[in-house]
Design a protein around this ligand. Sequence first.
Ligand code: ATP
Length: 244
Amino acid sequence: MALSLAIRDLDAGYGAVKALRGVSLDVATGETVALLGTNGNGKSTLMKCVMGLVRPWRGSVTLDLDGTTHDLGKMSAETIVDLGVALVPEGRRLFPRLTVSENLMLGAFRRAARRDIDRNLAIAFETFPVLKERANQLAGTMSGGQQQMLAIARALMSSPRLLLIDEPSVGLSPLLVSQMITKIGELGERFDLTVLMAEQNFNQAVRIADRGYIIVHGEIVVAANVDELHGNDIVKRLYLGGAA
Ligand SMILES: Nc1ncnc2c1ncn2[C@@H]1O[C@H](COP(=O)(O)OP(=O)(O)OP(=O)(O)O)[C@@H](O)[C@H]1O
């Protein structure tokens, strides 16, 4: 299955707030792409535009699947899920008073995904064994790291081809961040997933990414392979001590 996400000249925002300014970004089959930036620079807004939750003001968001182009900027989130796109939202957005199993089932709410429940549940439990052990525990009583695992596993329940992960490191200790990022890297490889991950943690994100985009005040200021990012002057200024 050939897949490519193409964002072109995208402006979007909220009321008077323009959160994205002329953003262009590509993700191709099998890639793990990092969208890097600190708080409030537009990462979540970009993820929401791909998911049909925020509408483009200008420009386009398209997904090409085996030669057929879909205009995500005009589609509902439900239809976008059906195309094989899933979002792990910032802050997990779990149902704290439902069990781990019940949260997972909510990820399989589309008809197509219901057929694959057993297979996807097996993948989720194999990837995150603690979720199997705690299947009947209330999600809200789990640790931050476990909740992040559950949020990712819930997204996997919809059989995605393109997984959008918004700031998986938020609220986790450095050790857990490292483990979580490693897990996401493994997921991409093992299940042939294409991944777009928004992260503040540059050093962790580039461990698993093929390419990265740096977003500042809603604009992409650097787009490069991970090898090139390390030597980039803007990256050095933003992440290695200079003023942001
Ligand atoms: N619902 C909203 N209403 C109004 N402004 C918003 C809303 N959501 C985000 N913004 C603004 O849009 C800009 C980009 O926010 P966005 O959440 O996309 O950034 P981010 O890089 O994901 O940061 P964070 O990690 O804090 O979510 C910010 O100025 C933010 O205040």
